[in-house]
Write a protein that binds this ligand. Structure first.
Ligand code: 5GP
Length: 120
């Protein structure tokens, strides 16, 4: 069975303004903020404002316009941060085996250093 959306998750609290975040970008559909435990000189999380547990939930339930707008928002963040040259890494952890800790979809943006083939 699919996991129901938990309104008490930490990113839901950030979206409601109940917890602070170090905001990098915001538009109609997305919010981006610095990761609290950065794994790179740039480590930003981009989350949809809608209540989606995961990548799977989002791509199954969101309408095409929302998916497009969210992908555009991720690009807007990397452009705002001028990461295009030399490049950056995007990551989405999905579910237990993917080591997803927070049950609200988030795209990780990593930048500011050289990355290698894979990570553990
Ligand atoms: P996941 O493993 O779910 O893909 O990644 C969750 C990420 O959220 C981790 O990189 C973790 O450091 C970050 N994180 C967890 N709690 C908070 C928080 O309260 N604020 C911020 N800014 N990041 C958080």
């Amino acid at each position: 069975p699919k996991q129901p959306y938990d309104d008490a998750n930490i990113f839901a609290k950030i979206l409601r303004g109940e917890l602070p975040c170090d905001k990098v970008y915001e538009d109609e559909v997305a919010l981006a903020f610095n990761d609290i435990r950065p794994q790179a000189p740039v480590h930003v999380l981009v989350i949809p404002k809608g209540a989606y547990v995961s990548w799977d939930d989002f791509t199954a339930k969101a309408d095409d316009a929302e998916i497009a707008a969210f992908m555009r928002a991720v690009g807007n963040v990397t452009r705002q941060l001028e990461l295009d040259t030399p490049g950056y890494r995007l990551m989405v952890n999905m579910g237990q085996a993917g080591h997803q800790e927070v049950p609200h979809l988030h795209v990780h943006i990593f930048g500011g250093r050289q990355f290698f083939q894979m990570i553990a």
